[in-house]
Design a protein around this ligand. Structure first.
Ligand code: THU
Length: 131
């Protein structure tokens, strides 16, 4: 995996698309996949995991984040998100969760017309909560 090449953005998105196939989303029927690139080059995937108690649902992005942090990876350069409907920009809880670790990371998702959008996380969430 070549983390900084142009092709790698497309590749990271493809990994997110693949992760989406594992989605557990019987309540919304809305599948989401995420691929989180760590500074050490490792990629952690995630998918949304829903629950009959709706509030217990976890988004794809936070599944990937929790997998990475729990294995010692705490600095991220990119996250790609693939969903059943475009655009799927990360929700507010996921923005807050990610920004704590890497405000400069790039967020990649597909626009409505099928182009990959690449935005800086700190531009998606201004003045995040800090304790
Ligand atoms: N979802 C994600 O996984 N990531 C997002 O960025 C937005 C929403 C999930 C949560 C729920 O399973 C489904 O999409 C519909 O909200």
């Amino acid at each position: 995996y070549a983390p900084n090449s142009k092709a790698s953005v497309t590749r990271l998105f493809e990994i997110a698309e693949k992760a989406k196939e594992y989605s557990y989303s019987p309540y919304s029927n809305f599948r989401v996949g995420a691929a989180l690139l760590c500074e050490n080059g490792k990629v952690y995937t995630g998918t949304n995991v829903e629950n009959a108690s709706f509030g217990a649902t976890v988004c794809a992005e936070r599944v990937a984040l929790v997998k990475a942090v729990s294995e010692g990876c705490k600095t991220f350069t990119k996250i790609a998100i693939s969903a059943d409907k475009n655009p799927c920009s990360p929700c507010g809880i996921c923005r807050q969760s990610l920004i704590e670790f890497s405000p400069e990371m790039q967020v990649i998702y597909m626009s409505q017309d099928g182009c990959l959008v690449n935005v800086n996380l700190k531009d998606l969430l201004l003045n995040n909560f800090v304790l």
